[in-house]
Ligand binder design. Structure first.
Ligand SMILES: NC(=O)c1ccc[n+]([C@@H]2O[C@H](COP(=O)([O-])OP(=O)(O)OC[C@H]3O[C@@H](n4cnc5c(N)ncnc54)[C@H](OP(=O)(O)O)[C@@H]3O)[C@@H](O)[C@H]2O)c1
Length: 348
């Protein structure tokens, strides 16, 4: 049994990791580190965690205790991950970082996050770079990685929809609309996330320079023979707790139709345990993946405009954060990739 630590265990990503790891066959949580919530009982912030584990308390960050683990999940803000990751790696611990700290080359991080990268050697273009943890497209590198940059929630849904179809679409004019529940913003007390404000309302935010735009473009550019790809991305906040839907509209190359699109999705995902392709004309829904590590994808061609509409649904805390982090950790530890991740979504 592997010993794992979580820093940011009191956050939404952290408590989701506690839930998934509570039933993991070969990993156990031995460190639950937090900041302002240190000393509180786990069960107070995560009442879903069974009592035998919920009675444990969050603790302040103790680097020595973390250094004794096999792997640490960082469910922390970017700047905290930038501070902690180098020391943990130096102590020989594998790290899966849920933040945006290591998902871009250092100069792009500087531009999109508007501050200098504090550990450029670990950025995507660094001397010992992090491995981008979109599992389905990067498995080989993840198995031997020491540091995983776990993808953002919008990039996960968008890339799982777009990457298989890259060679079939025109690289310009891609429009992505993202819709997310409020847990995507973390356990925050922000005024604009209060129930009274959010309920009964839908609003766009962050466009046109949301940070996930850079992350998505970077991964698309790597895959399509280095063609630069610009996307137009608009996230929206929805009055629900969990769930994330991406709808993506892209121009198809001349002559490409539904058959080619279907074939590309089947080729990419027919052997994948977590990505489920729905037939064209049926649409993924967030509830069906709620609480799971699944992603539902479908793509329908509009011959009138020669565009393809791809939709992709994930649980932002599942495949969009903690689920995918555990999927990657399983690979890094030489375990079954699906261990601890066998829950299916709920309905209705
Ligand atoms: N929520 C999502 O859907 C989602 C999806 C993908 C990626 N992410 C990323 O995952 C990370 C965590 O997100 P979240 O939603 O879980 O955020 P969150 O609910 O706000 O939790 C943040 C966590 O970080 C801890 N923390 C803050 N400063 C710290 C410090 N100096 N030392 C140790 N711990 C510290 C907090 O501890 P206290 O609460 O004890 O202060 C809390 O446990 C973020 O980088 C986020 O961008 C989130």
């Amino acid at each position: 049994v592997f010993d794992v630590g979580i820093v940011g265990a009191s956050g939404f990503g952290g408590t989701e990791l506690l839930r998934l790891l509570a039933r993991h066959p070969s990993a156990r949580v031995v460190v639950r580190a937090a900041a302002s919530q240190a000393e509180r009982r786990v069960g107070e912030l995560a009442p879903n965690i069974p009592a035998e584990l919920g009675d444990a308390r969050f603790e302040a960050v103790d680097l020595d205790a973390l250094a004794r683990t096999d792997l640490v999940f960082l469910g922390t803000p970017d700047e905290v991950s930038l501070e902690l990751a180098p020391g943990l790696l130096a102590a020989g611990v594998r790290v899966v970082d849920l933040s945006g700290a290591f998902r871009l080359p250092a100069d792009e991080f500087d531009r999109w996050y508007r501050r200098p990268h504090m550990a450029p050697g670990l950025a995507l273009d660094g001397a010992t770079p992090a491995v981008y943890g979109l599992t389905e497209f990067n498995r080989e590198a993840i198995v031997t990685a020491r540091l995983i940059a776990n993808p953002g929630c919008y990039p996960t849904a968008t890339l799982l929809g777009l990457l298989p179809l890259q060679e079939l679409i025109v690289p310009e004019g891609i429009v992505v609309s993202g819709l997310s529940g409020t847990s995507g913003a973390g356990r925050s007390t922000r005024e604009d996330l209060q129930a009274a404000i959010v309920h009964g309302d839908v609003v766009a935010y962050g466009a046109p320079l949301h940070r996930h735009t850079a992350e998505i473009e970077r991964q698309l550019a790597g895959g399509a023979e280095g063609r630069p790809i610009a996307i137009s991305f608009t996230p929206h906040l929805l009055p629900m707790s969990r769930g994330l839907l991406a709808t993506i509209s892209a121009q198809l190359l001349p002559g490409v139709g539904q058959a080619e699109v279907d074939a590309a999705l089947v080729a990419a995902y027919s052997h994948e345990p977590f990505v489920h392709v729905l037939p064209a004309g049926t649409f993924p829904r967030t509830k069906a993946v709620h609480g799971s590590n699944a992603c539902q994808v479908s793509a329908v061609v509009d011959p009138r405009t020669q565009r393809v509409l791809i939709t992709s649904a994930i649980d932002n805390l599942g495949k969009g954060a903690a689920g995918q982090a555990l999927q990657n950790a399983n690979l890094m530890l030489g375990l079954e990739e699906t261990a601890g991740l066998d829950a299916i979504g709920v309905y209705p």
